[in-house]
Design a protein around this ligand. Structure first.
Ligand SMILES: NC(=O)c1ccc[n+]([C@@H]2O[C@H](COP(=O)([O-])OP(=O)(O)OC[C@H]3O[C@@H](n4cnc5c(N)ncnc54)[C@H](OP(=O)(O)O)[C@@H]3O)[C@@H](O)[C@H]2O)c1
Length: 214
């Protein structure tokens, strides 16, 4: 997890670790990563999660990398790691959003989406968009799995299939292959609408698609 000390990174980390995957929580500061690992280990001590802390640079050595920094910090964070990330699946859960008055609204990155921006910054990596809509707070609770579909998009078809399969192993979730990376524009831009629904209904809404047999 690059930027793994935030709520989104921690949620992905504990969910992956709970299904037996070794997860490295990355940070700009090793100390912060280790602190986060300590807190998660105390919270979930009965589960023996395989979590460790690292810098974002050492985290990039993993087989699969998830980018979970704030959207506007992602490119300066990952660009220096381009050589390390060559050939690897890099999952973008980044949403370019901002507050306008009381409302959360989408921003349009120059490349069309944050996933497309990562693809430009990391030309050798296998970029996949996923996890954009999962509310990190409730999703980090291993005792209460979310009930949600996760739209996955990528121009690398085998990387999309791998991530869909991986998501299918996480309790309560179903990965849906939503097509190529151009779909990231709509997927990312939907997030502020979900946040507004949450604000109005005082909830943490998740998405389910009907009519798909799998
Ligand atoms: N929160 C959610 O519910 C949720 C759900 C789905 C997707 N997302 C997406 O996931 C991403 C992360 O969300 P979040 O809420 O976890 O974000 P966050 O807490 O604001 O940031 C995550 C981590 O990124 C690092 N970071 C902060 N500023 C940075 C900078 N200028 N340069 C490099 N690293 C920096 C910090 O780690 P260190 O200080 O330890 O380096 C921080 O803990 C966002 O793009 C968001 O759109 C969030």
């Amino acid at each position: 997890m690059i930027g793994g000390t935030g709520p989104a990174g921690q949620a992905v980390a504990v969910q992956f670790a709970a299904i037996g995957i070794d997860v490295v929580i990355g940070s700009r500061a090793l100390e912060r990563a280790e602190e986060t690992v300590g807190e998660l280990a105390r919270r979930w001590d009965s589960r023996s999660l395989a979590l460790s802390g690292g810098t974002n640079e050492t985290t990039a050595d993993a087989d699969l990398v998830v980018v979970a920094t704030p959207w506007d910090a992602a490119l300066p964070t990952v660009a220096p790691l381009a050589a390390q990330l060559d050939g690897k699946i890099v999952v973008s859960m980044l949403n370019a959003i901002t507050r306008l008055g009381k409302e959360m609204v989408p921003l349009l990155p120059p490349s069309g989406s944050m996933a497309a921006a990562l693809a430009r910054a990391l030309p050798g990596a296998r970029i996949v968009g996923a996890f954009h809509h999962l509310p990190a707070g409730p999703w980090s609770d291993l005792d209460h799995p979310l009930d949600a579909d996760v739209m996955v998009c990528s121009d690398d078809r085998s990387a999309a299939r791998e991530v869909v399969e991986l998501i299918g192993r996480l309790p309560g979730l179903r990965g849906i292959d939503a097509g190529g990376l151009s779909g990231a524009l709509a997927i990312e831009a939907l997030t502020p609408t979900l946040l507004e629904i949450n604000r109005r209904y005082k909830t943490h809404a998740s998405l389910r698609l009907t009519g798909i047999d799998s």
